[in-house]
Design a protein around this ligand. Structure first.
Ligand code: NAP
Length: 423
């Protein structure tokens, strides 16, 4: 594609797919990587992350040619559009990109640009590793017990955007269909109603659970937990779990992956798992939120529908010190859009105070994905070194004694100087 409105760097090369199925990447040493700084604190943390990631790339003998693309506030200012086609195409074409948070209005206004990007690019797995970094203040007694990776389905569920506003003709047509044609008479209260639809497909569920199991096998993890609310939403969340168990049962040998569909009501000790196999178990989402706090070290890789994943990964992030340090990335077939768990935090925007660790560590996930494991490790080590030396942004400083509060840009400089020391 030719880009009329954004500048393509002339000194980098494109990451391409190396096989016909488009599953594997060919990564040059000087890739072009599109970046969206994002709204709100994105303007602070986006450039800081770029600075740190560039330093880690250089320290490991590479160079990133960043291609700045626009969405949200900056796209509205520049082009009077929320999500220009060029931005979507730049990410599609260059396969790997970094993104800051984008604001979504509540109640009315445009639909989430984050969801639109994930759906348009079919980035079906939102992966959020939650692990403890030394020196981070946490409300938990043993935060180091947390080492979990959440696989959140990213393209369907109530996020599919199939909903009708109260007071419209459309919502009344849907009400009539549900009550008269489908027989749910008297189920919906009289008067104005908003209605949404929650699609959970076999395709969406199975490919997500497959990704989670493959990750567990590749990273020597013991367990994949399917987290759902299938006792209430039997034909959507319950079906997600059944399809997930089918993947575990039918697509892998028992000695590698052991499906435990009866695990919902059993404790782990009651289940006879073949030695060395990854167990795929299921848990109800509400109970999971308490076990995550009370039995943190029992959980490993988790796979779940979209909304559960949204709630659960924020809660998990709080256990290891908050959203300022919680990374994430969206994956599709041979594509990765790295983005932090947090949003645009409007009240902190433009004040050079937000913590850039989450988006920076998201960049480390992107590095891992393109095979730059050494650069990824360097980023993680330098962030941990900075925090454990007591040099932190406001969000961590307020919960630490004797820490030095740094601005976003001072913190980025400090991480870069630790990259230089550690490399
Ligand atoms: P949020 O932006 O994640 O912020 C909630 C609070 O978390 C902040 O006020 C701040 O707490 C803390 N926080 C988040 N990121 C931080 C950082 N980097 N450093 C330090 N503290 C951080 O959640 P929200 O206020 O619910 O959402 C705001 C907007 O972001 C909404 O429009 C929402 O739709 C959008 N959003 C976008 C994404 C995305 O782009 N993927 C994800 C989630 C939300 P304190 O002020 O208490 O310090």
């Amino acid at each position: 594609m030719s880009y009329d409105r954004v500048e393509v760097p002339d000194d980098g090369e494109k990451i391409t797919a190396s096989d016909a199925e488009g599953q594997e990447l060919d990564v040059p040493e000087n890739p072009i990587i599109p970046v969206i700084h994002g709204d709100g604190i994105g303007k602070d943390v986006g450039p800081a992350a770029q600075q740190i990631l560039s330093a880690a790339a250089e320290a490991t003998g590479r160079n990133i040619s960043w291609m700045r693309v626009y969405a949200g506030e900056t796209a509205r200012e520049k082009y009077d559009e929320n999500l220009p086609d060029e931005t979507v195409e730049a990410i599609r074409e260059h396969r790997v990109a970094l993104k800051g948070p984008l604001t979504t209005p509540v109640g009315a206004g445009f639909r989430s640009l984050n969801v639109a990007l994930r759906q348009t690019l079919d980035l079906y797995a939102n992966v959020r590793p939650t692990y403890y970094l030394d020196g981070v203040p946490s409300p938990m007694k043993s935060p180091e017990e947390m080492d979990m990776v959440t696989f959140r389905e990213n393209t369907e569920d109530v996020y599919a955007g199939i909903e009708w506003e109260a007071g419209t003709d459309e919502v009344e047509q849907v009400r009539d269909f549900v009550e008269q044609d489908m027989g749910f008479d008297s189920t919906i209260h009289e008067g104005p109603v908003g209605i949404g639809i929650k699609p959970i497909t076999e395709k969406g569920s199975k490919r997500l659970v497959r990704e989670a199991i493959d990750y567990a096998l590749e990273h020597d993890r013991d367990k994949v937990t399917l987290v759902h609310k299938g006792n209430i939403m039997k034909f959507t969340e319950g079906q997600f779990s059944e399809w997930g168990m089918e993947v575990a049962d039918e697509e892998y040998p028992d000695e590698e992956v052991f499906a435990a569909p009866d695990s919902l009501w059993e404790t782990q000790e009651d289940i006879d798992i073949p030695e060395g196999a990854v167990m795929v178990e299921e848990r109800l989402a509400d109970a999971m939120l308490q076990w995550m706090q009370l039995r943190t070290d029992e959980f490993d890789v988790m796979a779940m529908p979209n909304l559960n994943g949204d709630y659960l990964s924020d809660a998990a992030g709080a256990q290891i010190g908050g959203l300022g340090i919680a990374p994430g990335a969206n994956f599709g077939d041979a594509r990765c859009l790295a983005e932090p768990v947090h949003g645009s935090a409007p009240k902190r925007a433009g004040q050079d105070q937000a913590n850039p660790s989450a988006i920076t560590l998201s960049g480390a996930l992107m590095f891992d994905y393109i095979g730059w494991e050494d650069a990824a490790q360097l980023v993680k080590d330098a962030v941990e070194e900075t925090i454990s030396s007591g040099k932190v942004t406001y969000d961590l400083e307020r919960n630490l004694e004797d820490a030095e509060k740094l601005s976003t840009s001072e913190y980025a400089d400090e991480v870069v100087s630790n990259i230089e020391k550690l490399s």
